[in-house]
Design a protein around this ligand. Structure first.
Ligand code: AMP
Length: 554
């Protein structure tokens, strides 16, 4: 049976894992690397670069390199690479296809199914875009699961019969999530989840980069030149300094030739202490502590009631993160699970469960946001529009299907507009709009006599379908909202994107073949010259011959 894989499609790095004998393991590339930088680019010859190769050219060619595409998922943002433009799901698909091929190389069989993780706080559109990215990469996405939930799946509860309440604090490159989960034996149930899908290590890098800019200005008396290559170099230097500051109390950042003043080249050389870095990022970390409090409140519990705190994500290697979380919760945060890998390992476990492998793990996930629609409410002062009527409250276990009945507000009202939102604000349009649709040609009756049943179906991937049925005369008139967001792709778009990707990857093979052919031709030409050279040898010169080793001798 072909294996299903688990993929952590991260902002900064991505990881792929599979199961072996019921145990998850990380699939490495041919050089033994576990992490694939989530970076895509084209080299000067138009050759596709994915991962480390793309990341390595970022500082020199930021205009030909794409990073942190996860932040654009679910939007209509277009990225230009070479003479083509790509949607966020197409760039993500390049990363996924690379991971798929990595898995196929090691497992020595085709891989067609995957579980992909997303931040718990990802919206419906962001989840949908992730699913589409998988499809474009040639993967059937068995399920989209939340990253902290996946991480919790790798955590083994010490006692089968005791329920442990665990807080998972997940701070990665681009997103932050905190979840409270109950783990009983093999069952992981998410109780509450909060976060910020625009907060992570990338923000720390940017703060440190701004600080480096200031240091440059202070020592050179002139600002950093507004050049994307210089900016990219400083951002990279900032990330490296940040990583080194996790294990050293100070680092020296040296970047030469960032600009010039007349004939004088301008360099940056500055010592950064861990204290300085901590001062820069502490306000951002305070936000994560507030999210912890909100999650605890949702779970109706106090910090002392937590049995364990697990740290997940590369940014939890920062000593200040561990210190603040530990102080805030009054207990040591544990990192018994591998912070960079556990999300992919958990996804592999879930992939195993869904593809029918022998795994003992059961996942019960929740809705991260309240879901509902805009309604008009009758008050003593008249009709008040734009109220948010929640159909599925936040933190409801999924899959879930819930309905409510609504009535028309005007006599002979012909149409109703169903506007769907997610969020926690009582005013509908203060929340995130998910889409809208109309029910038309309603029976002409007095206000309140035409009733509509609206059903929200939230599936295991965290994807929502809304159906409205007109009920007053027994006629069923329902509309499914499957194209909730304009960034969603039709099956035709996905097929088109798949063949574009095939072309892009096959093109690389052709380029590689052409490169090899060129190299061979060069080699042959050189050999030809050597032969000519040897023919020209002075008869008095001794020719050196090297015997090929005898294979039988070894
Ligand atoms: P993830 O999304 O979980 O792969 O985390 C990636 C983020 O972790 C990036 O912002 C990295 O710069 C950051 N990171 C990785 N290792 C370290 C480290 N030792 N110290 C601080 N940040 C790190």
């Amino acid at each position: 049976m072909a294996q299903a894989i688990g993929i952590d499609l991260g902002t900064t790095n991505s990881v792929v894992a599979a199961l072996d004998g019921g145990e998850p393991w990380v699939i490495t590339d041919e050089d033994g690397n576990e992490l694939l930088p989530s970076c895509v680019g084209l080299d000067a010859n138009g050759k596709l670069l994915v991962g480390t190769d793309a990341w390595n050219q970022y500082a020199a060619a930021p205009d030909r390199t794409v990073r942190s595409i996860k932040r654009q998922m679910g939007t209509n943002h277009l990225t230009t690479l070479g003479d083509q433009t790509y949607r966020p799901q197409e760039i993500s698909a390049i990363i996924l296809r690379n991971l798929k091929e990595r898995a196929e190389a090691l497992l020595e069989e085709p891989v067609t199914q995957a579980v992909i993780t997303v931040p718990a706080y990802f919206t419906d559109a962001q989840r949908q875009a992730t699913k589409e990215a998988g499809e474009i990469a040639g993967l059937e996405v068995l399920q989209i699961i939340n990253e902290p939930t996946a991480a919790a799946l790798t955590y083994e509860s010490p006692d089968e019969d005791v329920t442990e309440r665990v807080l998972v604090y997940d701070l990665g490159g681009g997103t932050f999530d905190v979840s409270i989960v109950d783990i009983t034996g093999d069952v992981t149930e998410v109780i509450a989840s909060h976060g910020n899908n625009r907060l992570g290590g990338d923000d720390f890098d940017r703060r440190l980069q701004l600080h480096l800019n200031q240091c440059f200005q202070d020592s050179n008396g002139t600002p950093v030149p507004p050049d994307p290559t210089v900016e990219a170099r400083l951002l990279r230097a900032a990330e490296q300094a940040k990583i080194n500051l996790s294990s050293h109390s100070y680092v020296t950042v040296r970047e030469g030739f960032l600009g010039s003043q007349g004939a004088k080249p301008l360099h940056l050389e500055v010592e950064i202490t861990r204290d300085t870095f901590e001062t820069l990022i502490e306000p951002l970390l305070e936000e994560t502590l507030e999210a912890i409090d909100r999650a605890l409140k949702d779970a109706e519990m106090k910090a002392e009631e937590l049995d364990r705190v697990i740290l997940v994500g590369g940014s939890t290697r920062i000593p200040l993160v561990r210190r603040l979380v530990t102080e805030h919760l009054g207990q040591e945060a544990s990192s018994s699970v591998q912070p960079d890998l556990c999300v992919a390992l958990g996804a592999a476990i879930q992939a195993g469960v869904l593809s029918g492998e022998e795994v003992s793990a059961i996942l019960v996930d929740i809705t991260p946001h309240s879901l509902g629609l805009a309604t008009v409410v009758e008050t003593p002062f008249g009709l008040v529009p734009n109220r948010f009527s929640v159909i599925i409250p936040r933190n409801t276990p999924i899959p879930v299907s819930q309905s409510d009945v609504f009535a028309t507000v005007r006599d002979n009202q012909k149409n109703v507009e169903i506007e769907v939102f997610q969020g926690e604000n009582a005013i509908a349009n203060e929340n995130v709009p998910l889409g809208n649709f109309r029910l038309v040609d309603l029976p002409l009756l007095p206000a309140g006599e035409v009733t509509l049943e609206v059903t929200f179906d939230f599936d295991l991937n965290g994807i929502l379908t809304v159906t409205a049925i007109e009920k007053s005369q027994g006629q069923q008139n329902s509309i499914e909202v499957s194209g909730l967001d304009t960034s969603r792709l039709s099956s035709h778009d996905i097929k088109q994107a798949q063949s574009n990707l095939d072309l892009l990857f096959n093109n690389q093979e052709a380029l590689l073949a052409a490169e090899l052919e060129g190299m061979e031709a060069e080699l042959e030409a050189e050999l030809g010259e050597d032969e000519e050279d040897s023919a020209d040898l002075d008869p008095d010169t001794e020719a050196l011959t090297v015997d090929a080793p005898d294979p039988a001798a070894s």
